[in-house]
Design a protein around this ligand. Sequence first.
Ligand SMILES: [Zn+2]
Length: 293
Amino acid sequence: MVAAFRTAIDELEWMTPETRARAREKLARFNVKIGYPEKWRDYSSLEIEKDDLVGNLMRAERFSYRRMVDRLGKTIDRGEWGMTPQTVNAYYSSTMNEIVFPAAILQPPFFDMNADDAVNYGAIGAVIGHEISHGFDDQGRRSDGEGNLRDWWTQTDDAAFQQRAGRLVEQYSALSPLPGLNVNGRLTLGENIGDLSGVAVAYKAYRRSLDGRQAPVIDGFTGDQRFFLGYAQIWRGLYREDALRQRLLTDSHSPGEYRVNAVLRNIPEFHAAFNVKPGDAMYLPPEQRVKIW
Ligand SMILES: [Zn+2]
């Protein structure tokens, strides 16, 4: 995935050569954490009592507060994790310039040892690509490879980025999952860019892994089709109407349905894989497709 992202940086048309060089530099300094921390956090001083939910919560809060205060003035612990290993999630940290994948996300539908590469690249590959791209989006541009606040883009890059991002904002703002309530394309921009870049770069990585070989057809699906199916499967879900309403107003991620459909219609290889034609629900004319990474 990192090698594929490096290629994506090299091939990027809209970024100036000097900024591309800085992007390469930042990628080279990326740190990766997978599974669980090297050193376990010591919880022995935290008292947990059976039948005392409120007390447990208060003691846990106090424990965590003291831990934070204790760190003041001390050197940074680069081995620290912002999530527990049993959390099904992943993150990019701009201050550490690192991507982190807890053990719990390394299971189906995200990652399956028994699935073929196409499915895994489409699923966990797209998640990894999503997190990497956070290092290079409208937030990630503000910090460098060492995690220092320093905007490393030129105004020319910014203008080119805003032009593409603006089209993505329009696409998402037109989506209406509930009558009278649309997706907020501005609020969700960073995450939508992450989704779009994640799939695009994971696809590159998948093709790279084939190294010129022909992907096998499995259960009647080509490698490319399985790649996109693998991606679609990670965002299957249902919302109650109230929950969806709340999320549309507050969540920086788009609803699962659009994390798939609004992303894939921008990807030329998706159209080719399923022979999507004008008139099909997922069809988007080439000139309207947005490519950021
Ligand atoms: Zn994200």
